[in-house]
Design a protein around this ligand. Structure first.
Ligand SMILES: [Zn+2]
Length: 139
């Protein structure tokens, strides 16, 4: 049986034991690592974009008549929570070698932008909601 080196870790294995991947022939252990890394990457980007998307949706709600401020308030609260989650991931993962520096920066930036945006939504939505309620009671 021919021996072959894993394209990632360089350890030698029986050729039949090596798996095909886009990095070449790799061992089972490295293939597991690659899968974990890609799951992690997806999770990180999901965490980064989640907050701004919610905040954007909340901002669009400002155009909705009557219930707009209430929706803004709710979406703002959800966005704030998601922004906090992104910052937590960034904080706990700051020494994690599995996270690339670009991902860490994106988490910090995404989390911060989302939190500031969300606070604006909560305040704007809150004021709008109070005005809408006041007008419906006194108008
Ligand atoms: Zn390997």
């Amino acid at each position: 049986m021919a021996e072959m080196a894993c394209a990632v870790c360089g350890e030698r294995f029986e050729e039949d034991d090596l798996l095909f991947s886009d990095k070449g022939r790799i061992c089972e252990h490295c293939e597991m690592d690659l899968k974990e890394q890609s799951t992690l990457n997806r999770g990180v980007w999901f965490t980064v974009i989640n907050g701004p998307i919610t905040a954007l949706a909340g901002s669009v709600m400002a155009c909705v008549p009557v219930v707009g401020p209430f929706l803004m308030l709710v979406m703002g609260a959800i966005a704030l929570w998601r922004g906090t989650v992104a910052l937590q991931v960034a904080w706990y993962g700051r020494h994690d070698a599995a996270l690339e520096s670009g991902q860490k920066a994106a988490l910090w930036l995404g989390g911060l932008v989302t939190c500031i945006w969300a606070v604006g939504l909560v305040m704007g939505g809150g004021v709008g909601a109070v005005i809408t309620l006041w007008m419906s009671l006194h108008g």
